[in-house]
Design a protein around this ligand. Sequence first.
Ligand SMILES: CC(C)(COP(=O)(O)OP(=O)(O)OC[C@H]1O[C@@H](n2cnc3c(N)ncnc32)[C@H](O)[C@@H]1OP(=O)(O)O)[C@@H](O)C(=O)NCCC(=O)NCCS
Length: 224
Amino acid sequence: MAFMYLRESIRAYRERDPAARSDLEVLLCYPGLHAQIWHRMAHAAWRKGLRLPGRFLSHLGRFFTGIEIHPGARIGRRLIIDHGMGVVIGETAEVGDDVYLYHQVTLGGTSSAHGKRHPTIGNNVIVGAGAKVLGAIRVGDGARIGANAVVVAEVPAGTTVVGIPAHPVDRRADRKRGGFDAYGTPTDCVLDPLLREVEMLRAELSEVELRLARLTSQRAPAGE
Ligand SMILES: CC(C)(COP(=O)(O)OP(=O)(O)OC[C@H]1O[C@@H](n2cnc3c(N)ncnc32)[C@H](O)[C@@H]1OP(=O)(O)O)[C@@H](O)C(=O)NCCC(=O)NCCS
């Protein structure tokens, strides 16, 4: 089972990172892959209630790779952590399948309360270098987060967000281009086109509702 996960992860790196030239190169030279191997061991210990061994394995993984994944975090299949240095994934974070994270990404919390306090990242999401995704928010399937963005609110599926705080870029332009391709990592082929359309309409409706709510509150007479 562990071998199968490793094989499909190596294949994912080969398919999605144009710099990866052979399976052996990925196995030997990709800290993102090594971090996942450490995390699998740490997470297994954590789930058995072996908290300190779990933390220690996670610490060793961080020491060797520069990538910090809390042993409690739940990571999907075929995750790619490109370059990797400085990535932090918090205890209650959940990461879907086929996610692509660049270096210095933080999936962090905004409160020290116990319970769910880190983000849930859907399938086929790309998170650009240096981006911070904060709080128990959801990032929908196929979303793309720009480099250095700070995301503090839900990101609908299929949406590209940039900036601080992160906001959607013009999805109409996205649609005309037929979707964007981040550093050779197309996602349109994996997200059902009809679902993508529905999600875009949903996102546009939420935006209209938000604007309407803002206008209504601006026009409301003082004291109301
Ligand atoms: C956000 C991103 C996904 C958007 O890609 P895209 O869909 O091709 O969008 P465009 O490049 O057409 O940009 C759309 C708009 O967003 C702006 N924008 C793009 N990336 C941005 C970013 N990271 N921060 C702020 N604004 C950004 C562009 O200036 C443009 O603004 P405009 O409409 O006012 O001209 C991409 O720019 C990105 O940041 N990818 C991450 C790549 C990465 O981290 N690589 C690391 C390699 S080591």
